[in-house]
Design a protein around this ligand. Structure first.
Ligand SMILES: NC(=O)c1ccc[n+]([C@@H]2O[C@H](COP(=O)([O-])OP(=O)(O)OC[C@H]3O[C@@H](n4cnc5c(N)ncnc54)[C@H](O)[C@@H]3O)[C@@H](O)[C@H]2O)c1
Length: 249
């Protein structure tokens, strides 16, 4: 599948990693819909993509609401064309011990990270099935593999994304639709900074086998590989982008 002229829908596209993905895709000639809860920020990223010479559209969406997702997908189809590529990057994180975690906190995290991924996939798949091609990349996390203290809800949701991806890959392989995950380790965005001190982040960088934490562009490059022709026979897989952080030492 040639990337130029295809259409991508990037959820969480106004966030740090989503923005890096959206801008990289736009640079590759892909028309990009930046879909985020924060509509203004989505439009700002779309403006940036256009300044780079790309075709882009900012749309507001709450990925936890089926009707919202359907409306956003419809808008994108009307204005940019059929969606060939879906990147599920919308995500939220919070820090609580299980014994102290409110039911609402659990629901909020699982709903955005896991249910949101399900709803956006469900909205774009029928058209991909008709076209007999498509690329879906879901953003999981290292937490979905190794878990995390005060992050049981987040870790469970991100592990769910991995198994959801494998299951969906099996269902969609006959339609030549690839479904894969990218699982970032700690990446230099506001998300870890909301719960970690600068000192903790520096320690993570120092102890990482590659001597630094991830950058949003590291994640975007892995996404690009998974939507490219070069990964045509790869489906149901997770690429861990973490500088070797998960390897046993
Ligand atoms: N930064 C890290 O260290 C790290 C590590 C592993 C995985 N991740 C994952 O990468 C993704 C992007 O994270 P980031 O660091 O760029 O965070 P971020 O907070 O900058 O971006 C997340 C984006 O998701 C959007 N969003 C939240 N709820 C939404 C909803 N209901 N509907 C639509 N959009 C919604 C937010 O508005 C925000 O723009 C997330 O899925 C996150 O879990 C991040």
């Amino acid at each position: 599948m040639r990337l130029k002229g295809t259409v991508a829908f990037v959820t969480g596209g106004a966030g740090s990693i989503g923005r890096a993905i959206a801008l990289l895709l736009a640079k590759k000639g892909i028309s990009v819909a930046i879909a985020d809860l924060n509509e203004n920020a989505s439009c700002n990223v779309a403006d940036e993509a256009q300044r780079l010479g790309g075709v882009a559209l900012g749309v507001g969406v709450d990925v936890t609401r089926k009707a919202d997702v359907a409306e956003a997908v419809y808008q994108v189809k009307e204005r940019l064309g059929n969606i060939d590529i879906l990147v599920n990057c919308a995500g939220i994180y919070s820090h609580s011990f299980v014994v102290e975690m409110g039911e609402e906190e659990w629901d909020a995290v699982v709903n955005v990270n896991l249910k949101g991924t399900f709803l956006t996939c469900q909205a774009v798949i029928p058209n991909m099935q008709r076209m007999k091609f498509g690329k879906i990349v879901n953003i999981s996390s290292g937490h979905g593999f190794k878990g995390g203290k005060k992050a049981a809800h987040y870790s469970a949701s991100k592990a769910g994304v991995v198994v959801f991806t494998k299951s969906l890959a099996l269902e969609l392989a006959p339609y030549k639709i690839n479904v894969n995950c990218v699982a970032p380790g700690i990446t230099d965005t506001e998300m870890p900074r909301r719960v970690m001190s600068e000192e903790e982040i520096s320690t993570r960088a120092r102890t990482n086998p590659m001597g630094r934490i991830g950058a949003p562009d590291d994640i975007a490059d892995a996404v690009l590989f998974l939507i490219s022709e070069e990964s045509r026979y790869i489906t149901g897989q997770t690429i861990y982008v973490n500088g070797g952080d998960l390897m046993p030492s």
